[in-house]
Write a protein that binds this ligand. Structure first.
Ligand code: SAH
Ligand code: SF4
Ligand code: F3S
Length: 441
């Protein structure tokens, strides 16, 4: 048997921030078991892909990548493991696919079993898996091995009970469960000691956080009392869970950033009902109004799905109408992609032709690009407090990438200020994707 401490691990992450965070948990668990990490698949003994199942495209990318790794490593032994949402979604298909030849599979609640799964794979050579979903696992006893930086992800709850009919997450990640306030606060203190300036609280449905009589608003308040942490963000909330108390905390607590992601999905009542989103267009618009009245400088972003089962042109026009009315600062837009296991895949045929989905998403993208540009241009001349995150990597090395409180990216020239610091900056230019400005000295 190869000695454990000789093994090199390479992990690649797909999907959402929760998966990024989970990779940090996996690294911590494997480090404790004395595995080492490498930065590429060529020098690794074990390659793990932490996968996403949200849309078909995500699946295809992973299949392609496994073939690529096998090709690059022809002749040299390598174990391949699939983690994450595809693991629970496609366990049998993955294991039985002879072309893929996967060695082990671990679902999102089974990461503590990874050292054993890897060892068993070396000992027996057999394919092995653990995709059991837990009602309790929150990894509250694991301190993630995070990348250095300004922001730390921290999952305060896992799983989702909403069962939006299009969505695979309740099946891949199981039921909702939350960590205790004291456990989260302890970790945030640790983060502050480690030099992080911002924490982003994560959950598939983060604002339905509930534990020991505390709700999400009281969790935010508790986290904001930790010295050293300057900014708190959270994602993704569901529009159904925005009591006034939560909006008041966002409005009044200076550490809670003035930014809310409010996934709309569709602007049409019939489609919203088919999606099981549990709100109407009118209720969504009222929530936006109330939020903007309480927090006038709030930036709002959203997610939209175009071409959900049976969506007509007229119904899609309602989405356009809401987008024009709300004028989100940014939006993620997706073509509906039918997923195995979901309620929609059983009950509602994926009958909108691909060409129409494309037409709708193109229209929506153009509209949103214009709105984002106008909303960003409205900031020109304003002064915002910005957190310097990192060197700007795209262009010259003489700029920093910083972030306004409202989550907008701002590029500023380098000067006598450094990563992790908050400064005042004047905004001089805008594009649909971000801002440019100068730090006030
Ligand atoms: N828990 C988060 C979303 C997770 S998935 C929330 O409720 O906001 C992120 C986004 O992917 C969703 O908001 C939705 O817009 C999109 N999405 C989810 N399932 C999809 C599917 N089957 N096809 C296309 N887009 C999908
Ligand atoms: Fe999916 Fe809906 Fe849960 Fe979000 S709230 S993870 S879209 S089921
Ligand atoms: Fe993908 Fe799973 Fe996140 S399906 S979006 S990695 S919760």
């Amino acid at each position: 048997m190869i000695k454990q401490d000789k093994k090199n691990i390479f992990i690649e992450t797909y999907g959402c921030q929760m998966n990024e965070y989970d990779t940090e948990l996996v690294r911590a668990i494997l480090r404790k078991a004395e595995y080492r990490f490498v930065e590429d698949e060529l020098s690794a003994d074990v390659v793990m892909l932490n996968t996403c199942a949200i849309r078909e495209h995500a699946h295809r990318k992973v299949y392609g990548r496994v073939h690529e790794i096998k090709h690059k490593r022809q002749g040299t032994p390598v174990k391949i493991g699939i983690l994450g949402c595809m693991a629970t979604n496609l366990r049998t298909e993955l294991l039985e696919n002879k072309n893929l030849d996967i060695d082990f599979i671990a679902g999102p609640d089974s990461y503590k079993r990874l050292p054993a799964l890897i060892q068993e794979s070396y000992q027996t050579g057999k394919k092995n898996f653990d995709v059991t979903l837990s009602e309790f696992e929150t990894y509250s006893d694991v301190y993630p091995m995070r990348k250095e930086g300004v922001n730390a992800w921290l999952a305060v709850m896992r799983g989702c009970n909403n069962f939006c009919t299009f969505c695979v997450v309740p099946y891949t990640r199981g039921r909702e469960r939350s960590r205790s306030v004291s456990n989260v606060v302890d970790e945030v203190k640790h983060l502050a000691d480690d030099g992080f300036k911002q924490v982003t609280l994560l959950g598939q449905n983060v604002n339905s956080y509930k534990e020991g009589g505390h709700d999400f608003a009281s969790l935010l308040e508790a986290v904001s009392k930790v010295n050293g942490i300057e900014r708190i963000r959270f994602t993704s909330p569901h529009p159904k869970d925005f009591p006034d108390q939560l909006l008041n905390v966002v409005a009044q607590n200076p550490k809670v950033c003035k930014q809310i992601h409010l996934p709309l999905q569709s602007g049409n009542d019939r489609i919203l009902e088919l999606m099981n989103r549990t709100y109407t267009q009118d209720e969504f618009l009222k929530l936006v109004d109330k939020t903007r009245k309480l927090i006038p400088n709030i930036a709002l972003s959203t997610d939209i799905i175009v071409g959900f089962s049976t969506e007509t042109d007229k119904e899609f026009d309602d989405t356009i109408k809401v987008m024009k009315q709300v004028r989100f600062d940014s939006a993620f837009m997706f073509k509906y992609s039918e997923r195995k296991q979901t309620i929609a895949s059983r009950k509602h045929e994926d009958d909108v032709p691909e060409a129409i989905k494309t037409e709708r998403i193109v229209r929506l993208n153009e509209l949103q690009k214009q709105i984002a540009l106008e909303r960003n241009e409205a900031h020109i001349g304003e002064t915002h407090s910005v957190l310097i995150e990192q060197e700007e990597t795209n262009k010259s090395k003489d700029h920093y990438l910083a972030r306004c409180d409202n989550n907008k990216i701002i590029i500023v020239p380098k000067g006598p200020y450094y990563k992790g610091e908050i400064h005042q900056a004047t905004i001089t230019k805008a594009s649909p994707h971000g801002l440019k400005g100068n730090v006030l000295k």
